[in-house]
Design a protein around this ligand. Structure first.
Ligand code: 5AD
Ligand code: FES
Length: 349
């Protein structure tokens, strides 16, 4: 069929490591016809580069206060129903101790953009973790800051930073965020982080409201220009206390297809099978691993705060202790045909 040709050419080019046109990429994103072959090819590439290794990063959600009001996010400032919390430095260190004992060597400190956590407080926190766990990598995921702030965190010992770009199309960005935020600033942050020397993670939600295939192509082109060390993608999941309440969730199939395409386009990239993926389908993360993902991020937050870090509805892993979450994931990874490696996982090219 004539209309199938761009997808077919796109698939052939993708596995032949040749560049695709926007049209070919869009056609491939829009069809399920190549999914099984995409997953198999992605798995092949991931095994060539990483074998069956799956890297773990311990996630510590240390504050759900946020000054921003992103329309999709459950912890947005405008959600007056959110039950707000902040962990103390001592509580965060105790999460790290628990994580260290469970084998984690990377801690991801994630939070809303909480003004309480000034540059000084973040630096003190990072320095304390760095001193207590000198053999661990510290990742921050705390939003948009000035370059001077990013430099200060780096000097205190942070080496990785996750900041999803959310969408690389400026008009789409405006539909997802209030006027106080801009794609230009988001991109500025990502390039500042790279310049400072961070290993950087970007990414986006799959199926966020108003998203089109052309915007996904735009996301991929942006990622190719940025060349991040990690790409975090997961399905959009609706939350009742947001502007987008009732909007349909992103699809499992499209998320898996994108994971496979990303693995083929970025053979070395760290690609997490995200909590959101495990939330829209019980075996979502396992399927993600089989489609090219090679990172999992078990939750190390204290159980009493887990339900409060509710970016979207029905988030998994909110009732489990860290040890349970860790062993649950270990079994899932094993059942999917891979194995967890607990080293620092520094795979910089
Ligand atoms: N559904 C899925 N992912 C979400 N995020 C925020 N809100 C949602 C939602 N409703 C993602 C964003 C953010 C990351 C921490 O969580 O992409 O960058
Ligand atoms: Fe957290 Fe299964 S991965 S409980």
């Amino acid at each position: 069929m004539a209309e199938n040709r761009p997808a077919e050419t796109g698939f052939e080019k993708l596995i032949g490591k040749q560049p695709l046109t926007d049209e070919e990429l869009a056609a491939l994103l829009d069809t399920a016809d190549y999914d099984d072959r995409l997953f198999a090819e992605a798995d092949l590439v991931r095994r060539q580069v990483y074998g069956d290794a799956v890297f773990v990063r311990g996630l510590i959600e240390f504050t759900n206060y946020c000054k921003n009001d992103c329309y999709y996010c459950g912890i947005r400032a405008g959600n007056s129903h959110a039950n707000r919390y902040r962990l103390t430095e001592e509580e965060i260190l105790s999460c790290c101790r628990e994580g260290y004992a469970l084998g984690f060597r990377t801690f991801v400190l994630q939070g809303g953009e909480d003004p309480y956590f000034t540059t000084e407080r973040i630096c003190s926190l990072v320095a304390a973790i760095h001193t207590a766990f000198p053999d661990c990598a510290i990742t921050l995921s705390i939003g948009e800051k000035t370059k001077a702030d990013y430099q200060a965190y780096f000097d205190a010992g942070a080496r990785r930073y996750l900041l999803r770009h959310e969408t690389a199309d400026p008009a789409h960005y405006e539909k997802l965020h209030p006027a106080s935020m801009s794609l230009a600033n988001r991109k500025r942050c990502l390039y500042d982080l790279k310049e400072i020397g961070y290993q950087v993670g970007a990414g986006f939600m799959v199926g966020s409201p108003y998203q089109t295939t052309d915007q996904l192509v735009c996301d991929i082109r942006f990622l190719q220009a940025l060349s991040p060390d990690m790409i975090g993608i997961g399905p959009y999941i609706s939350h009742a206390q947001t502007t987008f309440a009732g909007q349909p969730n992103g699809s499992l199939a499209l998320t898996l297809r994108l994971l496979a395409i990303l693995r083929l386009l970025f053979p070395y990239v760290l690609l997490p099978a995200t909590t959101a993926l495990g939330t829209i389908a019980p075996n979502g993360r396992e399927l993600g691993l089989k489609a090219g993902a090679n990172v999992v991020m078990p939750n190390l937050s204290p159980v009493r705060v887990r339900k409060k870090y509710e970016l979207y509805e029905n988030k998994i892993c909110t009732g489990e202790e860290s040890a349970q979450c860790r062993s649950c994931l270990e079994q899932r990874v094993k059942a999917a045909g891979y194995h967890i490696v607990t080293d620092i996982g520094d795979v910089r090219r």
